[in-house]
Design a protein around this ligand. Structure first.
Ligand SMILES: CC(C)(COP(=O)(O)OP(=O)(O)OC[C@H]1O[C@@H](n2cnc3c(N)ncnc32)[C@H](O)[C@@H]1OP(=O)(O)O)[C@@H](O)C(=O)NCCC(=O)NCCS
Length: 287
């Protein structure tokens, strides 16, 4: 009698280490996400214990990562090798991220779904929140009173951010600022801070975000956007605008940016109130 041995694939979700960054790059390049090695390093350093790798029968097959701040956990960089999809790898990775969020005491988990992956996240309990509208372009600058942010301004920037978003995002704001201080602006009116904007260099274009003002005046956001556009003329930009802020959509359109697509912001747990005066949201991987 012939005995057949069937090998059951063994899936493990383990920690992603610094040495796994080339694997991360391989996955983000395959998906054409324009992620750089320095982006991976910064994301790793932001949450070194919250990045995970899936290994199937000894082969690296997927990644997923988190960033936690205050009561929120952000899941990003969820990718499974194309030839290994629809085998439960992605779900196992996201579940590992959710366990991590629990250890951090996060009451809300958020993410941005691209390319129609909403059903994948819905089967894990996530709910659609709003659309993130992706704008590309060189932009049109006009007059601006915005000035570059100095490291000594960051405490005030974080306080303004918190008053608008209700979240303490200090960790992320400092990290993004330190990567590209030359792309960070604030707007003061009569000596009072009324808004700020951060940017980062992608491999193909400058990613703008966040751009937040208080009180909600689109003219303040216009001045901040004009500052970064004016200082980087001839460069291409990307900005993700929340569709729950129609003034933001109209402003970036008037400033010469074209909408090229949408993504869906989703959440699990407690819904956080979306702030009206967020004009550009931070990049998809940072909340
Ligand atoms: C999205 C992704 C991570 C899913 O990983 P995966 O390992 O294939 O997912 P799973 O096998 O755990 O899927 C579980 C269920 O989710 C749903 N699902 C999975 N991928 C889906 C997709 N792309 N679109 C819609 N539903 C999907 C299905 O219901 C699936 O069950 P089924 O295979 O029995 O029908 C993977 O397709 C991927 O890497 N895509 C490219 C990168 C990307 O878009 N990442 C997400 C960015 S937000």
């Amino acid at each position: 009698m012939k005995v057949r041995l069937y090998l059951v694939p063994r899936l493990e979700v383990t920690d992603f280490t610094k040495d796994d960054i080339p694997f991360g790059m391989e996955l983000t390049d395959a998906e054409e996400w324009h992620r750089t090695v320095s982006d991976w390093r910064r994301l790793f350093e932001l949450e070194p214990r919250g990045i995970f790798k899936a290994v199937l029968d000894g082969r690296d097959v997927g990644v997923a990562a988190t960033i936690t701040y205050d009561k929120a956990c952000w899941i990003h960089s969820v990718i499974v090798r194309r030839d290994m999809q629809r085998m439960g790898v992605g779900s196992a990775l996201v579940k590992r991220c959710l366990e991590f969020a629990k250890t951090r005491g996060s009451s809300t988990v958020k993410l941005e779904s691209v390319g129609g992956c909403e059903p994948f996240y819905e089967q894990l309990g996530f709910v659609r929140e709003f659309e993130s509208l992706r704008f590309f372009g060189r932009g049109l600058a006009s007059g601006s009173r915005a000035e570059r942010i100095d490291e000594s301004d960051l405490a005030e920037v974080c306080a303004l951010d918190k008053s608008v978003t209700g979240l303490d995002r200090q960790r992320v704001i400092y990290a993004v600022y330190r990567d590209a201080p030359e792309l960070a602006y604030l707007l003061k009116v009569n000596g009072r801070m009324r808004g700020y904007l951060l940017g980062r260099r992608g491999d193909d274009r400058i990613q703008i975000g966040p751009c937040i003002v208080y009180p909600d005046r689109s003219s303040y956001a216009k001045e901040l956007l004009s500052a970064i556009i004016g200082d980087n003329q001839g460069r291409d930009f990307r900005a993700c605008v929340p569709d729950v802020n129609p003034k933001a959509k109209s402003l970036v359109g008037k400033m010469g940016f074209k909408m090229v697509g949408t993504a869906t912001r989703m959440y699990l747990g407690t819904k956080l109130a979306e702030a009206a005066s967020v004009y550009v949201i931070a990049s998809p991987e940072k909340g």
